[in-house]
Design a protein around this ligand. Structure first.
Ligand SMILES: Cc1ncc(COP(=O)(O)O)c(C=O)c1O
Length: 382
């Protein structure tokens, strides 16, 4: 008999809800991916580079041209003067980067703090490294950091804190003040950070993303992770990057080279070309997704769901207390899919111990206008 290393892990809710959406023919606002295509020049660049023979292993740390583009971007946006050779690593997806960073940081018996609700890959990564996750809930209703609870959760074994802003599933943002407080909290301790910033460009209402890359003190102990998949509407490309100081990058790379060795070559060429030729893409992204959020929220106003507009990400939470308070959120997501033809994700699955009275589901609004209109019409009828 094989003794499972992850006995608690089953099929994720994202797979289950997407399957249910297919089975029932429901509109799929559950899993986080666009139902529209990436920019044509980006797709054409991939075809061009495949035809040009860029089909063998990329350098382990990533294509130099793409690392240079990332370095230029983080300098322009966050004032972070990261060295493209020693501080930027291209990876096959943010998830791989998170996994490698955790393996680099966590030794058996170490503790990592996660702020619930959180992305589902953090805990298995920590467990596979022999560590243990300590779950600290974010404060409701705005999903802000509960500083007292966070301070109370730190022990001499704490080696890592995960932060995620813009935050999946809530859409909440961490502010510069939050980063300052965090810096004070860990200043005299041997604690590192993984800052999951995959939605860094999806920040709305004129607010600036408070990146750890713009915080000199925190950056010195951080792995900052981002995803080209989210930024360029190509989640299926599973391509991302990590920016971390040289010593941390060196440890991450030791692991990355034995997990995957390198990212996919023609995709890296194409992304580098596109970043050079279309700098406007990133600048236009907040407006692009803010209009989708606003369209969806405006249309949802006539429904019995209640909500505060997401400050970031492409997810909108909605409270269904006025509709089916008798159903927990997993049952509600299934009911919505089967009976009303719209698939959503229950928020409790992002928690170790969700509040019993949580009545929130998450809708992904990275969808065509037509999909959002159809979904909102169905949701107004609920
Ligand atoms: C918060 C968060 N982190 C990481 C990822 C993974 O990104 P990638 O697809 O690049 O591995 C996601 C994707 O949904 C996410 O929502």
């Amino acid at each position: 008999m094989l003794a499972s290393k992850l006995p608690k892990v089953g099929t994720t809710i994202f797979t289950r809800m997407s399957q249910l959406a297919v089975e029932t023919g429901a509109l799929n606002l559950s899993q986080g991916f666009p139902d529209f295509d990436s920019p044509a020049p980006l797709r054409e660049a991939v075809a061009r580079h495949i035809a040009a023979g860029h089909n063998q292993y990329a350098p382990m740390t990533g294509l130099p041209a793409l690392r240079q583009q990332v370095a230029a971007k983080v300098l322009a946006l966050y004032g972070c003067n990261a060295d493209a050779d020693s501080e930027v690593t291209i990876v096959p997806g943010a998830t791989e980067a998170i996994f490698c960073a955790v393996q680099a940081l966590i030794h058996p018996g170490d503790e990592a703090i996660v702020l619930d609700p959180c992305y589902d890959s953090y805990e298995p990564s920590v467990e596979l490294a022999g560590g243990r996750c300590v779950h600290v809930p974010l404060a409701l209703p705005d999903f802000s950091i509960d500083w007292q609870r966070l301070a109370d959760a730190i022990t001499p074994r704490t080696r890592l804190i995960f932060i995620n802003s813009p935050h999946n599933p809530s859409g909440a943002l961490i502010s510069r003040d939050d980063l300052d407080r965090l810096a004070v909290l860990i200043r005299d301790r041997n604690i590192h950070l993984i800052s999951d910033e995959v939605y860094e460009h999806l920040v709305f209402d004129g607010v600036r993303h408070a990146s750890v890359l713009a915080h000199e003190e925190l950056y010195q102990r951080a792995f900052v992770v981002s995803s080209f998949g989210k930024t360029y509407h190509v989640t299926g490309w599973k391509t991302g990057y990590v920016v971390a100081p040289p010593a941390l990058s060196a440890e991450l790379r030791k692991i990355h080279q034995y997990v995957t060795f390198c990212g996919v070559t023609p995709l890296q060429y194409a992304l580098a070309d596109f970043m050079i030729e279309h700098p406007e893409h990133i600048a236009e992204l907040p407006g692009f997704y803010q209009s989708k959020r606003d369209l969806f929220c405006d249309l949802l106003r006539g429904s019995r769901f209640t909500f505060n507009r997401a400050a970031g990400t492409y997810f909108q939470l909605a409270d269904y207390s006025a509709i089916r308070p008798d159903l927990d959120d997993v049952a509600m997501a299934e009911w919505l899919t089967r009976e009303h033809g719209v698939a959503a994700i229950p928020v409790s699955v992002f928690y170790q111990d969700a509040p019993r009275d949580l009545r929130l589901v998450r809708f992904c609004f990275a969808k065509r206008e037509e999909t959002l209109r159809q979904a909102a019409e169905k949701l107004r009828a609920v």
